[in-house]
Design a protein around this ligand. Structure first.
Ligand SMILES: [Zn+2]
Length: 339
């Protein structure tokens, strides 16, 4: 099969596209004929040795979120799944820790990532645990690839922060990123008033009030001008210390700030009095449960959340796809069309 493979750690220069043997599905696994897979910043972290699983085993096929059709299955897979249209949930939960046993796989302490700890989907075929191959019904493959990580992560983050009541004011920072855009749409669906903040020139988002800023320090005044009481919930899709520091100053009485991204830029500075005097809460969320993914795909199929696709590239041009991630004007997912 044709596949992208990381053969030398460092950067995308260590990835070659060429022939590799078709993987064989082990017990409990299915083999997927891949149609689409995303280009993700996580791929670059894996190449640099900073991502999940790092580069312990080379060659490694990248690609965390492939979608396609099941063409084979290993022993111990219940029923006959061949022919099913599926998308892969990137995080594989251990299934035995206290969080997995409670159905809270997002907080599994021993997660493995497709395309990080094991071969991913930037290839014509990928084998994954059957449970991670989530049915997509009639959803098109590129949309499923664009949705399967960002939408469940946003859904899980909002629920981890206690959910959204109709009429609440929700501030989303990083609103034009994949997770942020999903959070905006989910908050609108919940009946919230949504302030969509971004440094992007194209911050307009249907149903939300755009809040363009250049300096994060300006955010509290911009929010106060529109919502003097502040935001009851802030969903941050940037993971940046300077943005989070400003966002924390936008919180209303009993406001909650939920972080669902990580970046290395700067420290988060909080006034400790706000926890006591203003009853603020800061919540960390990452990953998603299997139920979150199923629910997120239902919301996408229903048109509640519409993941944007910025560009598509063939597998042979996967390096151009990764380069497109750095395009500041980009809105939406960069998708690699494998076949
Ligand atoms: Zn677990």
């Amino acid at each position: 099969m044709s596949a992208a493979a990381l053969v030398a750690p460092g950067d995308a220069g260590g990835v070659v596209v060429g022939p590799l043997p078709v993987p064989r599905p082990s017990a409990g696994e299915v083999l997927i004929a891949v149609r689409t897979v995303g280009a993700n910043h996580l791929d670059l972290h894996v190449m640099h040795g900073r991502g999940p699983g790092a580069t312990a085993r080379l060659p490694l096929v990248p690609g965390i979120d492939p979608a396609g059709e099941i063409v084979d299955q290993g022993p111990d897979v219940p029923g006959d799944r061949r022919g099913e249209r599926v998308v892969v949930k990137p995080n594989i939960a251990c299934g035995v820790c206290v969080y997995c046993l409670a159905g809270e796989e997002a907080d599994c302490t021993d997660q493995r990532v497709v395309g990080g700890h094991r071969d991913g989907g930037a290839a014509e075929f990928v084998a994954v645990p059957s449970r991670n191959a989530i049915p997509i019904g009639g959803l098109d493959f590129a949309t499923a690839t664009a949705a399967v990580h960002s939408v469940p992560v946003a859904l899980h983050a909002i629920e981890a922060a206690g959910g959204i009541e109709a009429g609440a004011t929700v501030l989303v920072t990083g609103a034009t990123g994949a997770v942020g855009a999903a959070a905006v749409q989910l908050a609108r669906h919940a009946g919230a008033r949504v302030l969509a903040a971004s440094t992007s020139a194209d911050v307009s988002t249907a149903g939300a009030e755009p809040l363009r800023y250049t300096d994060p320090d300006d955010l509290p005044a911009l929010v106060a001008a529109r919502a003097p009481d502040g935001a009851g919930l802030v969903v941050d899709g940037t993971g940046r210390g300077d943005v989070l520091t400003a966002a924390a100053r936008c919180l209303a009485w009993r406001g909650r700030l939920v972080l669902c991204a990580a970046a290395s830029a700067g420290d988060l500075r909080l006034d400790p009095r706000t926890f006591y005097q203003r009853r603020h809460t800061v919540v960390g969320a990452a990953s998603a449960s299997y139920a979150d993914v199923a629910r997120a795909l239902e919301l996408v199929a229903a048109g509640v959340v519409v993941p944007e696709i910025a560009a598509e590239f063939p597998l042979a041009q996967i390096h151009a796809a990764w380069a497109a991630l750095g395009d500041r004007g980009r809105r939406g997912k960069v998708v690699i069309r494998v076949r």
